[in-house]
Design a protein around this ligand. Structure first.
Ligand code: PFF
Length: 445
């Protein structure tokens, strides 16, 4: 078996992890949900969830990955807890599951890049979406998106993922910055800012029970937690850098890009008098595309926008294919390119129902959000804090230069509040999933 790969630089790891985190969740979901759930007041709940629950959880994944230098399943075995491999397996399965439909949406984005070039969606955005979102067209572009993902992952950690994300992540920030500056110049933009950034505490208190689990779920999805991605990426770290520092940087950049995306999307919609209070995957595509149809230079702006969404989606998708590729090459004597192609093919097949009917896509997504993600994160947290315990603190503190108090605080925070919050999220998710209560929260994509 060939020697296991590592990141060439610390920045390489951070950018790859940010690339995994920043994705459709940030650009599609985050601005709309923030607007819908009370603007700045939701933002505050989200930031508390990201820092209070997301950060401790990402650190738990980093600890498991870096300590073992192994994939998300074998890592538990190496730590001496063979039976806990099931937690890694749930994460791996969750990643597999999510990537299958995420790639379908990635295919839509490819289609919209073409549609911006030709102006195809300008006349009737809703009909256009209806035509391209399901069926042969969607299936073909789902295949193209997966092929791009496979291409990057096949090239390896340093030559594929690290090189790609070093280019991709800065591009995302710069392009979104330019688009935000453009959106600022549109008449009516200020209404968009007001909608996005002014707190509506009534909306928050009225829907608190819905909003909090959604904010937590969004923090998990957005930080790529519970999918094996962060364990796997951390397993390629070679050295004792501060995991704390890395975690905070990643959480900060991820939230920053979400807010930046909001500063692009919402002024754009308001400038065109489009109500952002629409739900579901399609509506988002339709409303943003509709806005491009009406602004001067919309074809170019639309093109640039969908290109940045594509970059964000690709840099996320590679992290999930890497989870399974990493597991297979750690265990079997097979080559990385072979496994990338083979597993990419299996994930493509799993995505076929979602490509054929958007109702399936919604179902896949709902199950991921409400059951798989919180369950997987819960397993990791219970393992790291209650089972593994003290050695986790030691690994976390390595190279951080911080006192032991910080590690102990992390441990007890995870052991208590964080786990309770995740259990509550899981319980609420299951309640709406199985008791058939109409979910106040629409499927996130
Ligand atoms: N953090 C990603 C996002 O917000 O889009 C979540 C993700 C989904 C990562 C799907 C990878 C992926 F394939």
């Amino acid at each position: 078996m060939t020697e296991r790969e590592t990141w060439a630089t610390r920045a390489g790891f951070i950018l790859a992890a940010v690339g995994s985190a920043v994705g459709l969740g940030n650009i599609w979901q985050f601005p709309f949900k923030t607007a819908q759930f009370g603007g700045a007041s939701f933002l505050i709940v989200y930031i508390i969830a990201a820092l209070g629950i997301g950060l401790p959880a990402i650190l738990a994944e980093f600890v498991i990955g870096r300590k073992t230098n192994l994939n998300t399943i074998n890592a538990f075995e190496k730590l001496g807890y063979k039976e806990w491999r099931i937690v890694g397996a749930i994460g791996l399965f969750t990643g597999f599951w999510i990537l299958s439909y995420y790639s379908v949406v990635g295919g839509w984005v490819l289609r919209y890049i073409g549609g911006s070039l030709t102006g195809a969606y300008f006349a009737a955005p809703a009909e256009y979406f209806g035509q391209v979102s399901a069926g042969m067209d969607a299936l073909a572009l789902h295949a193209v998106f997966m092929a791009l993902v496979v291409g990057i992952v096949a090239a390896g950690i340093e030559d594929g993922i690290e090189k790609a994300t070093k280019l991709m992540v800065p591009s995302i920030v710069v392009i979104l910055g330019v688009l935000a500056a453009f959106a600022f110049t549109l008449p009516g933009a200020s209404e968009g800012y007001a909608y996005f950034l002014s707190p509506d505490f009534n909306a928050l208190t009225e829907n608190f029970a819905d909003i909090v689990p959604f904010a937590v779920g969004q923090a998990f999805f957005s930080l790529s937690l519970g999918m094996g991605a962060m364990i796997t990426y951390a397993s390629y770290i070679d050295g004792d850098q501060s995991l704390f520092g890395d975690g905070i940087t990643i959480v900060f950049l991820n939230s920053f890009v979400g807010i930046l995306a909001g500063l692009v999307v919402l002024p754009l919609l308001f400038a065109q008098g489009i109500d952002p209070n629409t739900s579901g995957a399609g509506a988002v595509f339709i409303s943003v595309a509709g806005a491009f149809a009406d602004i001067p230079g919309g074809q170019i702006i639309g093109l640039v926008f969908f290109v940045v969404v594509l970059i964000a989606a690709l840099s996320s998708a590679i992290s999930l294919l890497e989870v399974v590729v990493s597991w297979s090459i750690d265990n079997y004597d097979v080559s990385r390119p072979q496994m990338a192609v083979g597993l990419g093919g299996v994930i493509f097949l799993l995505g076929v129902p979602s490509a054929i009917d958007t109702a399936w896509l919604g179902w896949f997504d709902t199950l991921a959000y409400k059951l798989l993600l919180p369950l997987s994160v819960l397993g990791i947290l219970v393992f790291a804090a209650w089972v593994y315990g003290a050695p986790a603190i030691e690994e976390l503190m390595k190279g951080s230069g911080l006192g032991d108090g910080v590690g102990l605080t992390w441990l007890w925070l995870v052991r208590t509040l964080v786990i309770v919050a995740v259990v509550a999220t899981l319980a609420l998710g299951l309640q709406t999933l199985f008791l058939g209560e109409s979910p106040a929260i629409v499927p996130p994509l």
